[in-house]
Design a protein around this ligand. Structure first.
Ligand code: PLP
Length: 397
């Protein structure tokens, strides 16, 4: 087989199967390239206001929405500094790399973090969350932070049972949910599920470039915000409310809103439920392939609970003694397919296939075929037939 050195210009498209950033549709790329206008001009304000309403429909909320010119970390920080005060306690539901990241940030801001420990391959036992809330009779815990979709593990957590745990214990803590790799890919309902602060980002299900994030905020969280003494300025919701856009202390990133208007148009044209169904089909095809490869002691799904399989990313655990980076390298350098790597403690142990955003069946089949070739090339034990299993499923789905 002829080898394509990485230095040679690759022909055809890069098959981008990272779990974020994700593929940006051509029409979104065209939209963000429109010329600059004054962000206070009537035309832009109309577009901006329609983006606010459109994103609220995706979040399924009628409450507040604040945008930040920042990647997801900016929205994480906004969620913490706006409702908490130094010394407050945040209960974090452990899920993996990203619950650890949110924890690290909270601690850096002077927040005390209590963690509900969890097996990363199964996700938290909701009874343990309820027990932690029930034990907090003095209501020291001010908020609970949950990552709906742990992008590092491909384990998705159900939000309504966590809301139910708060309600069952009568605990007044705010419910904060990170939807960075779930929003626009599978179901999320801010108001119906009683979520107080929702953290979201531009570069995954919304199919936009990286660099804009946002928080949905409930009336209850706005009341908590009034009492927060955490130092803040650029991310301060009260200061933002004083501006015309009710977000942004500085210049409004207009290009993002040109892009967001188009991505919302695409999502609504397809229909949110159909977007979710497509993500499920592509995710399930991926899982069928991995389950086939798992034969002969091959790679396997990292997530062990079928009820918690993520429809936006699949993490694939390598057999003992085989490095996931070798697979990623072959896929990228030889076949122009980009996969996600293992993050933090999972470095080298897993690779990740992102199946979210602007993606269809041939794109996922192409990626799966390349992974199957890479497993063979790298001499990783596995059973063949993963792509066949995915095709069989997709043909019938
Ligand atoms: N939370 C989750 C679940 C993520 O997947 C990410 C990034 O991938 C983040 C938070 C951090 O967001 P960002 O990298 O955009 O700052």
């Amino acid at each position: 087989m002829t080898k394509t050195p990485a230095t040679k210009p690759a022909r055809g498209r890069l098959f981008f199967a990272n779990p974020g950033p994700t593929n940006i549709p051509d029409s979104v790329l065209r939209a963000v390239s429109q010329p600059t206008v004054d962000f206070m001009s009537p035309g832009f304000l109309t577009l901006y206001d329609s983006c606010v309403e459109g994103l609220k429909r995706v979040l399924k909320t009628k409450q507040h929405l604040f945008f930040y010119t920042a990647s997801g970390h900016g929205a994480w920080e906004a969620s913490l500094v706006n409702v908490l005060s130094p010394g407050d306690t945040l209960l974090v539901v452990e899920s993996g790399y990203f619950s650890m990241g949110w924890t690290e940030m909270a601690e850096a801001l002077g927040v005390k973090v209590q963690t509900v420990a969890a097996d990363w391959r199964r996700g938290v036992d909701v009874a343990a969350v309820e027990a932690a809330l029930a034990a907090d009779t003095g209501h020291v815990i001010k908020a609970i932070g949950v990552v709906q979709n742990e992008t590092a593990t491909g384990v998705a957590l159900p939000i309504p049972p966590i809301r139910a745990a708060l309600d069952a214990t009568g605990h007044p803590a705010l419910l904060m949910v990170d939807t960075i790799s779930s929003l626009g890919s599978f179901d999320f309902r801010m108001d119906e599920w009683g979520v107080d602060v929702v953290v979201g980002g531009s570069q995954k299900g919304l199919m936009l470039p990286t660099g804009m994030s946002f928080t949905g905020v409930s009336d209850k969280a706005m009341a908590a915000h009034k009492l927060s003494t955490m130092p803040k300025h650029y991310l301060n919701w009260t200061a933002m409310l004083g501006r015309r856009h009710k977000s942004f202390i500085g210049t409004v990133p207009i290009s993002f809103f040109y892009g967001l208007a188009e991505s919302l148009r695409l999502i609504e044209e397809e229909g949110l439920d159909e977007v979710f169904a497509r993500h499920h089909r592509l995710a399930e095809a991926t899982r069928r392939a991995v389950k086939a490869w798992a034969g002969n002691n091959g790679p396997q799904l990292f997530c062990l609970d079928p009820a918690r399989y993520s429809d936006s990313v699949t993490a694939i655990l390598m057999p003992e003694g085989f490095n996931a980076e070798a697979i990623r390298k072959i896929c990228h350098e030889r076949f122009n397919v980009s996969l996600g790597g293992g993050l933090g403690l999972l470095g080298g142990k897993v690779f990740r296939i992102g199946h979210l955003g602007d993606l269809n069946e041939p794109m996922i089949l192409g990626t799966l075929a390349v992974v199957e070739m890479a497993l063979a090339i790298a001499g990783v034990p596995h059973a063949k037939g993963g792509v066949d299993a995915a095709m069989e499923y997709l043909a019938a789905a």
